[in-house]
Design a protein around this ligand. Structure first.
Ligand code: DAH
Length: 347
């Protein structure tokens, strides 16, 4: 039995030395020390020994077991260390190699100008709100005093979704006036920027999709002077104090009186021509229309449950693209939508 134990030990130590992987070690552990292992088999035969021999052999068997266990731990550690070394070598990173540069973009120029305008209005106490682009004809037209049969409701101008012409892509942000007044009572101060849609051919100043910024102020004693003051303030902030703007009388069904505000053309500086040719940015006008505005019609206030005897208000709808064109000296509106990186990266 002594020889048997010695042989088990020799073989075990040699086998452990030869093992290369954690899996091979584990297999050996089971084979050597497990319940069905060689050592256990020897121990089971102890019963056949004489009482004097038994403790001696028992001690020896335990010593062999400890030695094998110690060797096993040692082999485990060295295989682990070798594996780690190999992993580190294969995954070595050369931090000195130049990396791929990730080019960072920036806000679209139109959004930059929108942000600027929102900041100015928020500074004047306006609340910025959002509304649906798919709108009811009721809000887009009827509630704004634009009756059935009005040319603005024509199918050649408006994108309708249904045969009854009751659901459409909003043609203006003005329906937000109604939506806001339904939810809020005066005094109120609202700004609603967003996309609007019309069946327009694209040219230097037109696009079938563009952005408007609707504004609405309703309180006691609001006058046309407040409207002019607010609009001139904002234009001076956007364009600087030498900004050339003019107000023209106009008609909108939902304001009375109504006006439009123009900005002097930034390309031809109001002359309407460039080198003897008609200026393509303002079509020879010398001015670019930026917005429509006016005093909120009493009928509109009344339909929202606001007493026109007590309250008055002004409203305006600014064309964002045209405002951005003037602000950033862009001469063709289509450049704003083309998304040509050579154009966009200039801002
Ligand atoms: N919604 C008008 C348009 O698209 C612009 C406008 C005019 C807005 C007068 C207003 C306003 O708020 O009071 O042409």
């Amino acid at each position: 039995m002594r020889e048997q134990l010695e042989l088990i030990k020799q073989n075990a130590l040699a086998a452990l030395d030869a093992a290369q992987t954690p899996a091979a070690l584990e297999e050996l552990r089971v084979k050597l020390l497990g319940k069905k292992g060689e050592l256990t088999a020897v121990l089971k035969m102890m019963g056949k020994l004489s009482p004097e021999e038994r403790p001696v052999m028992g001690q020896m068997a335990n010593a062999v077991r400890s030695e094998i266990e110690a060797k096993l731990e040692q082999c485990k550690a060295s295989i682990g260390a070798r594996a780690l070394e190999a992993k580190l070598a294969s995954e070595a990173i050369d931090v000195t190699i130049p990396g791929d540069t990730v080019e960072l973009g920036h806000q679209h120029p139109m959004n930059m100008v929108l942000q600027e305008i929102k900041d100015i209005f928020v500074g004047m106490g306006y609340t910025v709100v959002d509304g649906p682009e798919v709108e009811l004809a009721d809000y887009n037209f009827t509630r704004l005093n634009i009756e059935q049969g009005h040319p603005a409701r024509d199918r050649s101008d408006t994108f309708y979704f249904d045969d009854q012409d009751s659901v459409l892509l909003r043609t203006q942000t003005s329906p937000m006036q109604i939506r806001f007044m339904e939810e809020h009572k005066p005094p109120l101060c609202m700004l609603a920027p967003g996309r609007v849609f019309r069946k327009d051919e694209a040219d230097a100043t037109h696009s079938p999709m563009f952005h408007q910024i609707e504004g609405l102020v309703v309180a006691e004693n609001i006058t046309m002077g407040d409207l002019k003051g607010a609009l001139i303030t904002i234009m001076n902030k956007i364009y600087g104090h030498d900004a050339q703007v003019r107000f023209r009388p106009h008609h909108f069904p939902f304001t009375e009186p109504s006006c439009e505000m123009d900005m002097q053309c930034h390309k031809c500086h109001g002359t309407g021509e460039i080198d003897g040719n008609v200026c393509s940015t303002c079509h020879g006008e010398g001015w670019i229309e930026l917005l429509g505005a006016g005093m909120v019609h009493p009928d509109v206030l009344r339909s929202c449950g606001i007493d026109p005897e007590k309250y008055s208000g002004f409203a305006f709808g600014i064309g964002l693209e045209r405002t951005a064109m003037g602000r950033l000296k862009i001469t063709d509106l289509r450049l704003i939508f083309d998304n040509d990186v050579r154009f966009l990266s200039q801002f």
